[in-house]
Design a protein around this ligand. Structure first.
Ligand code: BGC
Length: 761
């Protein structure tokens, strides 16, 4: 058996080599890079592994690069980030190309997380559109704008699965589910790279943060991660792998540890898994000073951790300069080999080659492009459309929404006219001055016929200490000069004269994002009080929750007649919200992360296992898996979201009852638009493995289709299931489906109840 394995491995290796040797483009690249490397000194090779930031963008650590100009000229910089605009980037590139000995061009990177200048909704919001073409299109537009401004290497997508909304960075990802997360990661990579890195309007994508960063204990940023390999492979790794499979040119290592070794020095993660198992052939960049941070993790001094990182398979050191300052010494002391440095250097040079930089190092610095490519009308309308599609309607009693464009509307709340908070976290290249506020959006969409009265009503929060922490990148929580009582009084006066109240509440943009963990994810007390008082007026109340994370808003849901989850929706946020509330767009978003009832339920997600003592029904039972003080169910489940119309599901069927391992089974269901509006629905398919050798989740998303139905219309939606959809990772990390019965559920959210059983032979 062992012998057979060795023979198979040898055949595989030979096949791999043959492939390499026969690919003429790869051969040419190898030759070019080898020739270049033959001219390089060891210092110049190490220089290629150094990524600097002169401090133009958002700083996410305490360290900034110094003497950048001198280092570039000395051949000590491989890439740079935080420099924007064709003039500045050209100037910097010239230092490398014209003033360093070998003239090797630099990579220019940035965090283009949800749009460049045309800011789209937060990634968590984008994912709620469940529209992969749309997401891909936003990434294409982001690449067009960024490359017009001299940036061609993007630190996105963030593929971290997150099941803990206390973690502020849940805003930057696609939520809790590996299947959906994989599709989104893939769409973003394809959007940025367009399968052609050599074009001057596409950018190299970096999948981050490898790996498991979203599982930081207690949601506290940068915290320890420790999980079984089964959970890793089945639940957390698929989106990174999907991004790698989609061709992402770069991978960023994460801050946290994985199996007790920090990701940036984890050879199992960065080499055995990423390269050997997944076949990744791009380069790995560290996160911001994450190599140095291994000192604090307890892995040794700077020289030790830098050597550890290089040997683990990390190629480029972001900002920390551990590589720059210690690798030569480690080489001289025999702690690393020449080959370790050569391999990393080769990978960085290959990335530059693939981007076409050796052909023309200035190809991305065309001063005429920004005007033609950035913030053009077409991009702004895409931002408006995307924002509308990212919003999720969570409640709509008595069809209060859509609002009429008439009568008097009280628009109240600290986020109703707050330009600084519209873009959302991680929009360093956006400009909040360009953002449309909710008040402006209301006036644009309904101002001619409706009387819109605004009052702030409350501060985002009244605590100056909290405001100070949140306002690190500029004022986001602005505490009014007026007393809370005076603001409330004004709001109640406005509300008193109105036919309907729209309260726009939630989080300031920097209450989520990096280093923005909250242990209490409810509305700040100032806003809770406002909502309570507004509810007491007895007027119809619409609550709009603007946030970067699922929040515990049960009280507000009870107060509201209608509630819309808006997220931070980007540069066109105000217009898009008005489009939705006034019915110009019928909402179709569905949650991609569960909303808990309270923080005690966290981590909370739909794909739970049954346990040996599952609760039957929803009442507390002694000696069952439940809580004394809250039910097990979430406030809103994964996949949930309403429309102004309603959809009915019927007649689920499969084309056969049994399926072979290499077969396909087709599931179909009839969906009818039974309401009074045309609308879109995300038809979701979940599968439960009834008996397996590893405790199976109660259901897993395995397919979805977004459809449009005119009112009264019925359609049949079909899904094809193969054994791959039924497969999972086993304790030995083999991936296959086990024969037996499976239940398939189809419906409009993760509680879908229409079901059918089939058997895998
Ligand atoms: C973040 C990364 C980001 C990097 C560069 C870090 O703090 O974790 O997501 O790409 O900074 O800005």
């Amino acid at each position: 058996m062992k012998k057979l394995g060795i023979i198979l491995l040898a055949i595989a290796l030979l096949a791999g080599c043959r492939k390499e040797n026969t690919d003429p483009a790869k051969k040419e690249m190898d030759k070019f890079v080898s020739e270049m490397m033959s001219k390089m000194t060891i210092q110049e090779k190490i220089g290629q592994l150094n990524l600097v930031t002169p401090g133009g963008g958002i700083l996410t650590g305490s360290v900034v690069s110094t003497d950048v100009e001198a280092k570039i000229k000395n051949g000590q910089v491989g890439g740079i980030f935080g420099v924007y605009g064709p003039e500045k980037t050209l100037q910097a590139q010239k230092l490398a190309v014209e003033e360093s000995r070998l003239g090797i061009p630099m990579l220019f990177g940035s965090d283009v997380i949800h749009g460049y200048k045309t800011t789209f909704p937060l990634p968590i919001g984008l994912s709620c559109s469940w529209d992969m073409e749309l997401i891909k299109e936003t990434a294409r537009v982001a690449a067009r704008e960024a490359t017009a401004d001299g940036i061609f290497w993007n630190f996105s997508p963030m593929a971290d699965i997150a099941r803990d909304p206390r973690w502020g960075r849940i805003a930057e990802g696609a939520g809790e589910d590996p299947y959906l997360g994989s599709m989104v990661a893939q769409a973003m990579v394809k959007g940025y790279q367009q399968d052609d890195l050599s074009r001057n309007n596409t950018m190299m994508s970096t999948v981050k943060h490898m790996a498991l960063y979203g599982a930081s204990e207690a949601g506290r940023d940068y915290n320890t991660v420790d999980m079984s390999h089964l959970r890793m492979f089945n639940d957390y790794l698929p989106p990174y792998k999907a991004a790698v499979d989609a061709g992402a040119g770069c991978v960023m290592s994460s801050f946290n540890d994985v199996d007790g070794v920090p990701a940036s020095g984890n050879r199992w993660l960065l080499t055995d898994l990423l390269r050997t198992r997944w076949g990744f052939d791009g380069f790995v960049v560290s996160d911001y000073t994450s190599v140095n941070e291994m000192i604090a993790h307890g892995m040794g001094d700077l020289q030790q951790v830098s050597a550890l990182a290089l040997k683990a398979g990390l190629d480029m050191d972001m900002v920390g300069e551990g590589f720059l300052t210690t690798l030569e010494k480690s080489l001289n002391e025999g702690k690393i080999n020449q080959e370790d440095i050569d391999l990393a250097c080769r990978r960085v040079l290959e990335a530059k080659y693939k981007l076409g930089l050796f052909e023309d190092p200035y190809r991305y610095f065309d001063a005429s492009r920004p005007e033609k490519d950035i913030l053009i009308d077409e991009h702004r309308s895409l931002a408006r459309e995307t924002a509308a599609r990212s919003m999720v309607l969570l409640k709509n009693e008595n069809q209060l929404l859509p609002l009429k464009k008439s009568g008097t509307i009280a628009l109240v709340g600290p986020l109703a006219d707050s330009r600084n908070n519209m873009l959302g976290t991680w929009a360093p290249t956006g400009d909040h001055n360009l953002a449309v506020t909710v008040l402006e959006g209301f006036k644009n969409v309904a101002g001619n016929t409706a009387n819109i009265q605004y009052a702030k009503g409350a501060n985002i929060c009244d605590d100056p200490e909290m405001a100070k922490k949140v306002n690190v990148f500029g004022p986001k929580i602005e505490i009014d000069k007026r007393s809370p009582e005076a603001m409330l009084k004004e709001a109640l006066a406005v509300a008193g004269k109105a036919d309907v109240i729209v309260a726009v509440v939630g989080e300031a943009s920097e209450m989520t994002g990096e280093s923005a963990t909250r242990s209490d994810i409810s509305l700040p007390m100032s806003q809770k009080k406002l909502v309570r008082e507004l509810a007491k007026t007895g007027k119809p109340l619409v609550i709009v929750n603007m946030s970067g994370r699922p929040m515990t808003i049960g009280e507000e849901v009870n107060h509201a007649d209608a509630l819309l989850q808006m997220w931070h929706a980007g540069v066109e946020a105000g217009n898009a919200l008005a489009d939705v509330l006034f019915g110009d767009y019928n909402p179709s978003g569905k949650l991609t992360a569960t909303f808990p009832q309270n923080v005690g339920q966290i981590p909370i997600y739909y794909s739970i296992r049954n346990t040996g003592r599952p609760q039957e029904g929803s009442n507390f039972e002694k000696f069952k898996s439940n809580y004394l003080d809250v039910t097990n169910s979430p406030l809103f489940p994964f996949g949930y979201g309403l429309s102004y119309t309603s959809f009915q599901y019927a007649n689920i069927s499969t084309d056969k009852n049994e399926m072979a391992q290499d077969g396909t089974i087709h599931v179909s269901v009839e969906v009818t638009n039974t309401g009074n509006f045309d609308g879109e629905e995300v038809v979701q398919l979940y599968i439960r493995d009834m008996v397996a050798s590893v405790t199976p989740p109660l259901r897993l998303l395995k397919g979805f289709k977004k459809i449009f139905l005119k009112k009264g219309e019925t359609t049949t939606v079909e899904f094809a299931i193969t054994a791959n959809d039924l497969a999972f990772y086993h304790p030995d990390l083999s991936f296959y489906a086990e024969p037996g019965d499976f239940t398939v559920f189809v419906g409009g959210d993760s509680n879908a109840s229409l079901s059918k059983v089939f058997t895998l032979k």
